[in-house]
Design a protein around this ligand. Sequence first.
Ligand code: SF4
Length: 178
Amino acid sequence: MTKKSITVNGKKWIPTIQDWSWIITILWMTAANLWHPFGLFGFVCMFTPVIIALSGRGKMHCARVCPRGSLIGKIGSIVNLGLKRPNLYRKKWFRPLLWGVMMGSFAVMLIFVITQGVDTLGFAVLIFMETATVLAIINGILFTPRQWCTICPMGYTSGNIRSLRKKLTERRMKIVKE
Ligand code: SF4
């Protein structure tokens, strides 16, 4: 992982902070378990990759920032069984399906808890994020350390935003040339 800032497609990428950003996940989960409203910080974790991708920086969050990616990288580098990645993960439909299941269940959960106060809402977000983190850690131990990143819904979202932005830019360039 490079520690220098670089320019990708005309946008500056920050140097990586993933050698220590795993601490953010540990601190946040500890604090949110002690004080549930702090669980709402989970929205920051969810929307940061989206905002960065919308800014034209593609998957800079995944490559340079993501605290969960950093955590699973650390754990997977200590404990890793190196099993073969399941064929299921290679299927084209698997990532959109997982995205739909996870985002859909998150949306349904929000609908149920949004009126129940900040404490319940924060706790619900925390549980959702903890579940995703446990799945990511299990994948990292069983397969490769950052295996989760190949199927992660947030990574999938930011990748799709990057592709969409690229297509729109290409279309604009084509129209300008005509
Ligand atoms: S794919 Fe998901 S877990 Fe991996 S670095 Fe990106 S946002 Fe984080």
